[in-house]
Design a binder for this molecule. Sequence first.
Ligand SMILES: *[C@@H]1O[C@H](CO)[C@@H](O)[C@H](O)[C@H]1NC(C)=O
Ligand SMILES: *[C@@H]1O[C@H](CO)[C@@H](O)[C@H](O)[C@H]1NC(C)=O
Ligand SMILES: *[C@@H]1O[C@H](CO)[C@@H](O)[C@H](O)[C@H]1NC(C)=O
Ligand SMILES: *[C@@H]1O[C@H](CO)[C@@H](O)[C@H](O)[C@H]1NC(C)=O
Ligand SMILES: *[C@@H]1O[C@H](CO)[C@@H](O)[C@H](O)[C@H]1NC(C)=O
Ligand SMILES: *[C@@H]1O[C@H](CO)[C@@H](O)[C@H](O)[C@H]1NC(C)=O
Ligand SMILES: *[C@@H]1O[C@H](CO)[C@@H](O)[C@H](O)[C@H]1NC(C)=O
Ligand SMILES: *[C@@H]1O[C@H](CO)[C@@H](O)[C@H](O)[C@H]1NC(C)=O
Length: 341
Amino acid sequence: MLLFNTFLLAILATTAESKIDTSCTAFQSRGLAKSIWQYYRFYDFRNIGRSGSYNEPTVDSKTARIVTDRSWTDDWYLRDYPRKSPAPPIIPVDFIPERVNITNSTDDSRDYSTFLTLSSARIDDETQEGGEITFKEFNVTAASIRVYARVHGIRGACAGIFTYLNDTQESDIEIFTKDPQNIIHYSNQPASTGEPDWTPIPGATVNRTMPDDTKWTDWHMHRLDWIPDRSVFFVNGHQINTTTLHVPVASPPSGIYIDMWGSNSSWVGEMPIGGEAWFDIQWIELLFNASTPSPRAKDREQKLCTPDSDMEVSLGVGLASMKDSWMLTLFSFILTVFIWY
Ligand SMILES: *[C@@H]1O[C@H](CO)[C@@H](O)[C@H](O)[C@H]1NC(C)=O
Ligand SMILES: *[C@@H]1O[C@H](CO)[C@@H](O)[C@H](O)[C@H]1NC(C)=O
Ligand SMILES: *[C@@H]1O[C@H](CO)[C@@H](O)[C@H](O)[C@H]1NC(C)=O
Ligand SMILES: *[C@@H]1O[C@H](CO)[C@@H](O)[C@H](O)[C@H]1NC(C)=O
Ligand SMILES: *[C@@H]1O[C@H](CO)[C@@H](O)[C@H](O)[C@H]1NC(C)=O
Ligand SMILES: *[C@@H]1O[C@H](CO)[C@@H](O)[C@H](O)[C@H]1NC(C)=O
Ligand SMILES: *[C@@H]1O[C@H](CO)[C@@H](O)[C@H](O)[C@H]1NC(C)=O
Ligand SMILES: *[C@@H]1O[C@H](CO)[C@@H](O)[C@H](O)[C@H]1NC(C)=O
């Protein structure tokens, strides 16, 4: 009995950050693109291979799943083929599984002992290695993607969190190691006019400063919400930008990608030979719809759940957040009256 309780406590402790009940049948996100979602995933890399890590059995594992063990690779491809170079001086990106690693942490933290690392390194003049993972369970029609991560290392690499169908159906968060440590690029493709000038298209791409003097070298939640008519970009709970231009279509559906790469281009920068840069990830949370509807989508009774990572969502400054707090006040008033009776 004691052992069983300890086991239960261990489960409660490890799921603490995702805080969603896997008996939920539908999921809710907050923010400007707030939506109801049919599927939920939480990939937790914080204690991989340690006691207490497990793949949580769920009511319907297709609808909601929390994975805290090595079986996360069942749901993600580790890319093992290169991206070709369009022309010199750009070199190919040699994506290999060896650049996707579970790292034993040397940080002083009780919250995590491991994390996922995607890395990119300049091996020689012609070789730039990179790491990329692709969500393989479903073709996705819309999503809220949250990645708790940091980026560090030498100039010449790009950390990407994005949806991709083709070069004109793509929504991106991109962090370049050559940039100041508080600048992030957000784009919907096409983001520029292409050859020969590559002029950025206003509204399709922005370079934004992170909120509250934060830097991407520290741990933050980077979030991309993609719904049929809008992309919204967040750092932690703060909306940083949004666009309705070049939003990827729902059909045909897209894939979800996370990567770290370099290519010696003027865009990503030139990494010196022997250099390396890292994209460390504690967890990935996905709320999404897919071209295959969830088996629970037609249930008459839905158990609707909101992940904890949504609790502090703010729409930046201005009316929107005031409206939220106004509604909250009204709600607490009604609740108070209700309890009173
Ligand atoms: C996802 O699917 C649900 C159930 O069909 C639907 O209510 C919701 O609007 C969809 N969300 C998006 C962002 O398309
Ligand atoms: C890498 O880029 C730099 C700067 O554009 C260029 O001088 C160099 O020749 C490139 N390297 C290769 C192998 O093309
Ligand atoms: C990552 O793990 C692989 C084994 O899968 C190993 O060969 C490789 O050296 C590791 N890479 C790094 C950068 O630690
Ligand atoms: C990480 O730690 C685990 C458990 O302590 C150990 O088995 C494993 O060999 C370590 N991996 C590396 C790459 O050091
Ligand atoms: C996604 O769509 C492609 C193309 O239609 C199909 O080949 C593939 O099986 C689908 N994958 C999943 C996981 O649904
Ligand atoms: C990308 O996919 C969209 C939607 O199917 C299509 O209209 C467009 O022509 C494709 N673009 C490219 C560059 O293949
Ligand atoms: C963002 O910064 C990059 C340089 O890293 C620059 O090429 C691009 O034009 C900038 N985009 C905008 C919209 O200012
Ligand atoms: C998006 O970024 C652009 C360029 O920095 C800025 O002008 C615009 O106000 C931002 N929009 C929102 C909604 O944050």
